[in-house]
Write a protein that binds this ligand. Structure first.
Ligand code: GAR
Length: 186
């Protein structure tokens, strides 16, 4: 059994989708959710699913040791960032080489980097008059949104689309593809 930890800072709809997708799998299981935000919606979602979700301070994530101890305790093989709004630091990258992946709600390298997260991304896509957007699933390195791409999928952006409408299309792509891609990279 391969064990996944999801890192999430917000609502956690991707974390929930991943948990449900693998709920009956005998190969992959979501065993732990870690957050840097004690009031993130992801905690309530995991409480309902019976999956432990814990909060660590920004300092604990940066230092790595307390987080790594918890990942080890749960036997985590792969770290999945799903709406995690914090940088991954050296200790975690060293402990999980090629075993940390992220989903970004746009077609990287466009609309990535610092400050480009959540609705900010979709607002920027609409403001730029883009004809399409989508998702990028990629390996994580020490820079925001710069690791090697694993998978991309696109959706059309219509001239009349609001950022909220683009967000809904991108979320649909995330729910469709993210768990499947996780299963494939093991
Ligand atoms: C997702 O759309 C994810 O791609 C994005 O945050 C959202 C989290 O939604 N991630 C980033 O912007 C990372 N830069 P969720 O909490 O409902 O899964």
């Amino acid at each position: 059994m391969k064990k996944i930890a999801v890192f999430a800072s917000g609502s956690g709809s991707n974390a929930e989708n991943i948990a449900r997708y693998f709920a009956n799998s005998d190969k992959i299981k979501l065993v732990l959710v870690l957050s840097n935000n004690v009031s993130a919606g992801v905690h309530e979602r995991m409480r309902r699913l019976g999956i432990p979700s814990l909060t660590f301070s920004r300092e604990a994530f940066r230092d790595g040791e307390p987080v790594l101890a918890k990942l080890k305790e749960y036997g985590v093989d792969l770290i999945v960032l799903a709406g995690y709004m914090n940088k991954i630091t050296e200790p975690l990258l060293r402990a999980y080489p090629g075993r940390i992946i992220n989903i970004h709600p746009a077609l990287l390298p466009k609309f990535g980097g610092k400050g480009m997260y959540g609705m900010h991304v979709h607002e920027a896509v609409v403001a730029a008059g883009e004809k399409e957007s989508g998702i990028t699933i990629h390996y994580v390195n020490e820079n925001y949104d710069e690791g090697a791409t694993i998978f991309q999928a696109t959706c059309p952006v219509l001239p009349e689309d609001t950022p909220e409408e683009v967000a809904a299309k991108v979320h649909a792509l995330e729910y469709e593809h993210f768990p499947r891609v996780i299963a494939e990279i093991f």
